[in-house]
Structures are given as structure tokens and as C-alpha cells.
Write a protein that binds this ligand. Sequence first.
Ligand SMILES: [Zn+2]
Ligand SMILES: [Zn+2]
Length: 180
Amino acid sequence: MSLKAFESTFYEILSDSPLPNGHIWKLQPLKNASFRDNRHWFEVLYRTRASYQCNHGHYWQSSWSMILFRFHLDVSECFGRVRMKRFGQRCNKCINDNEYHIGRCDKEQVWYTVQRLLLNILQRCYEKRRDCDVDMEEYIIPVSDVPNGRFGGIAHQKNFCEACAHNRCQKMFNKLTKKK
Ligand SMILES: [Zn+2]
Ligand SMILES: [Zn+2]
């Protein structure tokens, strides 16, 4: 359901301002998160804010709602692919909740994330920026309105977080956003 929001925003923005050379781009879910096979794909990780609900009606919010995008342009086919993975969180009030629930982002957050993604595709696949000149490089653009946790935010529940389990969360975020 939430993928739909990202999809429609993706195609909406693309139809207004297409990427160069008439290339067609498609956004699809990243199935079986095989994080190893990432050669020739760029990877971007975004931190967003989302609200969650488990199957028993518990509700929580998190500012560590991670979204992973992988993208790849096949120039000879004039075709670009984006794969998207939203990491879920388990409920910490349910005993042994074994399901990762996907958070709900508001419209603005979806819009902002997709805009940044497209900018990134433009920079990496078309402008071939020097700082982007590697097959795969991970980095994170923090969403500006993510609170830094001081305003009533509880500490991130690492054990309940799918992104943490895949090392695509706090630890990596702190590493990548560290001032050089
Ligand atoms: Zn629950
Ligand atoms: Zn996490």
C-alpha cells in the first residue's frame, strides 16, 4: 500500500520532468533482500519519519524509518530500474512479534524522498559526477525535518528494527553523516 504512494509520486514527477534522453524508468519493490548482489547498482539510503501499527492495534512513531533504493541505468536498452525496500519495525509491546511492520509516511515525506532519489539518479547516471564515480556507494541524505530525538523521542529500538538487522540504520547513518 505504501509502495503505491511512492510509485505514483515517482511517475507523477517523472511525467512532469522526465530524466534525459527519453529513458524509461521503473520503480519496483526490492524483493528477497539479497543485499549482496549489488554490483553495478547505486545504492541510496534515506532516513525518514513514519508511524507504525501492529496487528494488535499498538501504535508508535519512529524517526528511524529507513528506505533503501537501488538503481541502475541500462544505456543500451534506454531503460532504468529502481528497486525500493522499506524497512519495517516489530512491535515492542507484543510478545515475540515476528513481523516487521511497514511505517506510514505522510505525503510530504514521500514527495521529498522521491525528489531526492530522482536528483540522485540524475547526478549519478547522467552527470556522472566525480564524487559519484563508483559502481556502488552508499550514503544517506537525512530528511531535514527528522527530529534529533531530544523532543520526547524515545531511543531507537534496535532489536525491533529490520534496518538495524541489515546494518542499514543508525550505525551506518552516523558513519556516513560524520563530518569529515
Ligand atoms: Zn503490538
Ligand atoms: Zn534501526
